[in-house]
Design a protein around this ligand. Sequence first.
Ligand code: ATR
Length: 285
Amino acid sequence: MAQPQHTLLGIIGHNISYTLSPAMHNEAIRVLHLPCVYGVFDVEHDFLPGVISALCTEHFRGVNVTIPHKEAVIPLLDTLSPEARALGAVNTIINNGGVLAGENTDVDGVRATLRPHAEAIRGESVLVLGAGGASRAVVYAAAECGPRSIGVYNRNEARAQQLTAAFRELFPAVSFAVIAPDALTRAVEDAAVVVNTTPVGIQPGSTAVPVPGHVRFSSKQIIFDIIYIPSQTALLRKAAADGATAINGLEMFIQQGARSFTLWTGLPFPADEARECVRRELGKR
Ligand code: ATR
């Protein structure tokens, strides 16, 4: 007898065996008794077009997109939400009957993380490390808080130039600057908020930090690392040791997943159970 078909969801990225998206979404699926399954697709750049076109089956409802494909996926989609278009990055694809729609829910996750600190950002300077897809969501959500300036540092400076040029048009009241390597220490120490969007520090046991080793944070600073595994990167340990407020990527992760899930299923995300599941999984690592 034919088995009922499950609806497929998943995440597309490369070298993402660490991700807790499957654990989190499959827990939400279990809690809500949905006939769905969420899997991991490790896809190299050259195979991205083929994999994206393979999503257009009736069984696939959508996927998350993560490092390093959040920008590369854009030309492969049929429609983009205004926010995904403005940001230039997609982390969620919804298959609407063969029409692939791109959304950005990272920005919701960053907004939820920065909301309690909006006053500390208004009129101050923000430094963002990295200039990829996640950086775009961070810059967008930070700019919404009305800082005086946003500096972007990236090892590939041309990418930071592109990013800041795009955001200058979107947020003319904010002063955007590309930070050169020799200006990084000063920029890190002067910023009210520093956000790491690079994968530096993500390897288990890593002591790598995305800032010069000699920088000193102050108790007035907020250091936000979007990494959620490990829950305390070397950057966050350093920030806490220097007395700064240290925030990891857990809430960003939960909130981006929550909105993606609702876009796919139309249902409210069981965030408490999902958060508990992620905490359990983190405890095992
Ligand atoms: P995501 O969509 O998750 O942001 P991405 O678009 O691949 O992923 O961007 C990753 C960011 O981390 C980029 O800014 C990348 O720098 P480059 O533009 O120079 O590639 C940065 N990054 C990745 N690995 C890094 C490393 N080892 N050191 C410093 N920056 C790194």
